[in-house]
Design a protein around this ligand. Structure first.
Ligand code: SAH
Ligand code: SF4
Ligand code: F3S
Length: 467
C-alpha cells in the first residue's frame, strides 16, 4: 500500500470554481489523494483560479511566490510538493504561468480537469500544460463523489448544469476562459441531485455562467428549459430548497416561454431570492457593454418576477467606470439601484482584461471611477441594512447547516441567504425551522426558534414531509 497523499485545493472566483474543485478532488480520490483543509503537509496543491479582474489574477501570482518558498523548504527535507494551476487564469495564460512561476508543475483549464490523474502522472517527469477545449464530454467522465465526501461538504450543494458563455459582453473574459455554452442532459443532473439528496443534502444551487440559458436534452428527446428542470428537481425526495445562479436578464423570458418566471410562482422549494446582474442602469453603457437589453427590459423582468412571487428579493452585480461612463450614466445606475431596492449587490471598478473589446476603448481616470464606486457602495450598504432591518421581528424559515462558534449555537440560512444564528440543538442541522429574528449583526442575523407558522410556511411543511 502506498501512503495516502494529501491534496489541498484552493478556490478563487465564482461558485463554479468551488464545484470544479470538489470534482477535482473526486477525480483524485481513487488514486489515494485525501483532501486537507490546510497547506501544511500537502503533497499536491491546486490553485483553482479566477481571471475576471486584474486583481484576481495578481492574487494567484503572489500566492505562487509563497508556494515556491514552501516547496523549497519541503524539498530540503526530501519531500516533493507538486503545484498545479487550474481554472480561468490557467486557461487564459497557459505557458506564461510556467514562465513567471517556477513553482508550477502543471497548468490545466476548466475544460480538461477530467484528465487530471493522467496529467498528474505525466507532471511527475516534467512540466505539463493542458488548456485544450476537448471534444469529449467532461461531465460524462468525471468521477462521482464518495458518500463521505458529499456528507463532509454539508447540506447545501452546487450542481453545474450549464457552462460557458456565448454572450461576449465587451468587458468579460469568461467566453474565452470557459468556452462556448453547453448544457448538461436532464437525466445526468437529476441523477446527481438524487445522489446528493440521498447523502443528506437539502438545498441545491444550480450553477452556470448563464444558467437561465439552460437548454439540456430532456428524457423526452426535447430541449428542456431551466423552468422545466426546476420542476423536475422539486420532485426529488429530500430536497427542500432550490436556487440557481448566475442569470442573464435576457434569458429570463422569451416570447414563447415564461416557464422560469412561472417556476417562481409555482414551486415553493424555489427560494424567493434571485441574483440578476445588470451591470449598469444606463442604456448607452448597456449597449457599449453588448448586454443586448435596456434598462426598461430589466425593470420589466423584475416586475414580472415580483408579480409571480411577491416576497422575492434581488441581488445584482455592477461595473462602475466602464469606458465612456459619464456622470449622467453613473447617476442612472445609482438611481436604478435605489429604485429596485436590492437586498444586496456587488459592485466592481471596471478592470480592463486582455483580449476583450472594452480594453481597447478610451479608459476612465481611476480617481473618478473610485469615487463613483464608493458612492454606489454606500447606497448598496444602506439598502442591505434596510433589508435586514425589515427582517427584525419577522419569522423566517432557516435551513440549519452547522454548529456555530459559540457553544450551544447553530447557524443556517434564511430564504434570502442571510446567515441566521440561534441557540438550539444540533439535531436541527439539516432541518428547516422557523426562526423569529430579534437581533441584527453586521453580516448575520440572530433569533429564537419559533413554534408557529412562518413567512415561508410552505417550505417548512415541505421540509417536514421530506425529513
Ligand atoms: N455571467 C454573469 C457574470 C459573470 S462575472 C453575468 O452575465 O452577469 C461576475 C461579475 O464580475 C460580473 O457580473 C461583473 O459585474 C464583474 N465583471 C466581469 N468582468 C469584469 C471586468 N472586466 N471588470 C470589472 N468587473 C467585471
Ligand atoms: Fe461574461 Fe456577459 Fe457571459 Fe456574463 S453574460 S459571463 S458577463 S460575457
Ligand atoms: Fe472567475 Fe472564471 Fe468564474 S474568470 S468568475 S472563475 S468563470
Amino acid at each position: 500500500m502506498t501512503r495516502p497523499r494529501k491534496l489541498y485545493v484552493k478556490s478563487y472566483g465564482c461558485q463554479m470554481n468551488v464545484y470544479d474543485s470538489h470534482r477535482m478532488a473526486d477525480m483524485l480520490a481513487p488514486g489515494g489523494f485525501v483532501e486537507t483543509a490546510t497547506l501544511d503537509g500537502a503533497d499536491l496543491i491546486i490553485l483553482n483560479t479566477c481571471h475576471i479582474r486584474e486583481r484576481a489574477t495578481e492574487k494567484v501570482y503572489s500566492e505562487l511566490g509563497r508556494l515556491r518558498e514552501m516547496q523549497e523548504a519541503a524539498a530540503s527535507e526530501g519531500r516533493r510538493v507538486m503545484v498545479a494551476v487550474a481554472g480561468c487564469v490557467a486557461q487564459a495564460e497557459g505557458q506564461e504561468i510556467i514562465r513567471r512561476a517556477p513553482a508550477v508543475d502543471l497548468v490545466f483549464g476548466p475544460q480538461s480537469y477530467h484528465r487530471l490523474p493522467d496529467m498528474l502522472a505525466r507532471a511527475e517527469h516534467g512540466k505539463v500544460i493542458d488548456t485544450e477545449f476537448p471534444v469529449e464530454d467532461k461531465f460524462g467522465q468525471l468521477a462521482p463523489p464518495s458518500r463521505g465526501a458529499m456528507r463532509q461538504r454539508g447540506i447545501a450543494a452546487f450542481i453545474t448544469v450549464q457552462e460557458g458563455c456565448d454572450k461576449f459582453c465587451t468587458f468579460c473574459v469568461v467566453p474565452y476562459t470557459r468556452g462556448a455554452e453547453l448544457s448538461r442532459p436532464v437525466a445526468a443532473i437529476v441523477a446527481e441531485a438524487e445522489r446528493l439528496a440521498d447523502a443528506g443534502v437539502r438545498e441545491i444551487t444550480l450553477l452556470g455562467q448563464n444558467v437561465n440559458a439552460y437548454h439540456g436534452d430532456g428524457p423526452d428527446g426535447r430541449a428542456w428549459t431551466l423552468g422545466k428542470l426546476l420542476h423536475r428537481l422539486a420532485e426529488v425526495p429530500g430536497l427542500a430548497r432550490l436556487r440557481y445562479t448566475t442569470s442573464h436578464p435576457r434569458d429570463m423570458v422569451s416570447d414563447s416561454d415564461d416557464s422560469l418566471i412561472a417556476a417562481h410562482r409555482d414551486l415553493p422549494a424555489l427560494m424567493p431570492h434571485l441574483h440578476l446582474p445588470v451591470q449598469s442602469g444606463s442604456d448607452r453603457i448597456l449597449a457599449a457593454m453588448n448586454r443586448r437589453h435596456t434598462r426598461a427590459d430589466y425593470l420589466d423582468v423584475i416586475e414580472r418576477l415580483r408579480a409571480a412571487r411577491p416576497d422575492i428579493a434581488f441581488s445584482s452585480d455592477f461595473i462602475v467606470g466602464f469606458p465612456g461612463e459619464t456622470e449622467d450614466d453613473f447617476r442612472a445606475t445609482f438611481e436604478l439601484v435605489s429604485e429596485i431596492g436590492y437586498a444586496s449587490a456587488y459592485s466592481f471598478k471596471y478592470s480592463p482584461r486582455p483580449g476583450t473589446p472594452a480594453a481597447d476603448m478610451a479608459q476612465m481616470p481611476d480617481d473618478v471611477a473610485s469615487e463613483r464606486l464608493q458612492r454606489l457602495q454606500r447606497e448598496i450598504d444602506r439598502l442591505l441594512d434596510r433589508f435586514n432591518a425589515g427582517c427584525l421581528g419577522a419569522t423566517l424559515d432557516v435551513l440549519f447547516e452547522k454548529s456555530a462558534k459559540k457553544p450551544g449555537q447553530i447557524v443556517g440560512k434564511s430564504p434570502y441567504l442571510q446567515s441566521v444564528h440561534v441557540m438550539g440543538p444540533t439535531s436541527l442541522i439539516g432541518q428547516i425551522h422557523p426562526v423569529t429574528i430579534n437581533e441584527l449583526g453586521s453580516y448575520t442575523l440572530s433569533g429564537t426558534l419559533a413554534g408557529g407558522a412562518s413567512r415561508h410556511g410552505e417550505a417548512a411543511v415541505l421540509a417536514a414531509a421530506g425529513a
